[in-house]
Design a protein around this ligand. Structure first.
Ligand SMILES: *Cc1c(COP(=O)(O)O)cnc(C)c1O
Length: 442
């Protein structure tokens, strides 16, 4: 394997200020540049001809190792990178040909049954390695309103040198989500905050800025827009394509909220993956739709829908998407189409696909399926790959509404979590209480 030019450490720049360049360690451990842009690698890597000659014969792990090498090979030793990539990819992403034209890439086989496991597990291991020599190790603070916290907690569980503190609003996350946050133990502490999600976020911010706390330990927030979460999401675009018949260029249909998954798809294309087109499948929170149709980009307050992980009114990865498209509206339009799907259509799609094909889609995947159907009306010869971003059992209320009570099969690992005891520590929403606790315990 030789990528000689990639042995040079890659620098990362902010989408708001390309003249500011930082190391991988700074980009990953700080998550966000101080100018509130987002980090992107200074060069978008292209995989070489040797990779694209052999890629169809590669395993998921091998694909991941090679792609990770293209981004991080200048900084992380080859064996280390291979080991952490293999650990992060400990479950598969199978492509299910529900129909020949609508194939479903199942991204929910990880510990928290959603695609965010890929990014979070990779980021956790990379952070552990980057902070390996830091005194006192690394403490990761996460404020969560539900899902993200579970993915992050599982991702960091057992990673040496890292301590995780999760703050969640008491009584405001679902019972199952609470179990996913609190049942791990070990290096994961859950704090049940007497307040709202905004209080949790305020406490995290206060700690990150407090000189008294930061003097004694390195803190990070493992934010969802961390560059280390984006790169592993490119692996499954390549792996999904590989599972189609040779020569078929897929249309990727991506249920989207913060636009991270879509950004990863465009990165995979820049690396050399042949993609016919991308489709952004959106619920009513569809800020990018009018933009693609020619209107100025206008973020909006989010509105609640049945596909709630996509209820994002001001998607943060829009800045990365723009940068990857060279800040050129036409370039983005030439690669990307958007469809907006209503809650009624989401429910009807879950019902129809279960009845016609015996396949259960979750609400987010159903938005994707419906968008794919609309794309296929104009392009009937396309093969679509719909990203199924979560397991339907994570959304029992919506599934019961669509299919009738008790129709969804609950995977064993989810049932097991539900039976675990909750271990959380109560915490007030007053900043001094939290800071005092951190100094003593974390
Ligand atoms: C986070 C999430 C999405 C949205 O992904 P983005 O990368 O934010 O666009 C879609 N579906 C599920 C289940 C999610 O958890």
């Amino acid at each position: 394997m030789s990528f000689p030019e990639l042995r040079i450490p890659m620098r990362y720049l902010s989408t708001n200020d390309p003249s500011r360049r930082v190391s991988l360690k700074e980009a990953v451990l700080d998550s966000l540049p101080p100018d509130h842009g987002l980090y992107l690698p200074e060069r978008l890597p292209v995989l070489d001809a040797a990779f694209w000659r052999d890629w169809r014969g590669m395993s998921f792990e091998e694909t991941g190792v090679r792609v990770a090498g293209a981004f991080f090979g200048g900084e992380v030793p080859e064996e280390t990178l291979a080991a952490l990539t293999r650990e992060a990819l400990s479950f598969d992403a199978p492509l299910v040909p529900v129909t020949a034209r609508q194939q479903v890439l199942e991204l929910f086989h990880g510990p928290t049954l959603a695609f965010k496991d890929f990014g979070a597990r990779f980021m956790a291991r990379l952070m552990g390695w980057l902070a390996r020599d830091d005194e006192g190790g690394l403490t990761v603070l996460v404020a969560t309103s539900g899902d993200t916290g579970g993915a992050v907690a599982h991702a960091f569980h057992g990673v040496p040198g890292i301590r995780v503190v999760i703050l969640y609003p008491s009584g405001k996350v679902s019972g199952l989500q609470e179990k996913q946050l609190t049942a791990l133990g070990g290096n994961i502490s859950a704090l049940e905050v007497d307040g709202t999600f905004d209080d949790c976020q305020r406490l995290v911010k206060a700690a990150l800025l407090d000189p008294g706390v930061t003097a004694c330990r390195r803190l990070t927030s493992a934010n969802s827009i961390n560059i280390a979460r984006l790169v592993p999401q490119t692996f499954y675009y390549i792996h999904g394509s590989r599972q189609l018949a040779e020569g078929v260029e897929p249309v990727f249909v991506v249920p989207s909220g913060n636009l991270g998954n879509l950004t990863a798809g465009l990165l995979a294309e820049r690396m050399g993956l042949r993609v016919r087109h991308f489709v952004a499948a959106l619920n009513r929170n569809d800020a990018i739709g009018p933009y693609l149709a020619g209107a100025p980009y206008q973020p909006r307050p989010s509105v609640p829908t049945l596909s709630n992980a996509m209820d994002v009114g001001a998607p943060s990865n829009f800045a990365r998407l723009l940068a990857i498209c060279g800040h050129d509206h036409r370039a983005m339009v030439s690669r990307l189409r958007a469809f907006t799907v209503s809650d009624g259509e989401t429910l009807a799609t879950i019902r129809e696909v279960a009845a016609s094909h015996g396949y259960q889609l979750d609400p987010h995947g159903a938005v994707g399926w419906h968008a794919a159907t609309r794309w296929l009306r104009d392009h009937p010869d396309s093969t679509t790959i719909i990203l199924e971003t979560a397991h339907p059992a994570k959304f029992p209320e919506v599934m019961d509404r669509a299919l009738g009570p008790g129709q969804v099969l609950v995977p064993e690992r989810l049932a097991r979590v539900a039976a675990e005891p909750k271990v959380a520590q109560p915490m007030s929403s007053a900043t001094p209480d939290f800071l005092a606790w951190l100094k003593v315990t974390a």
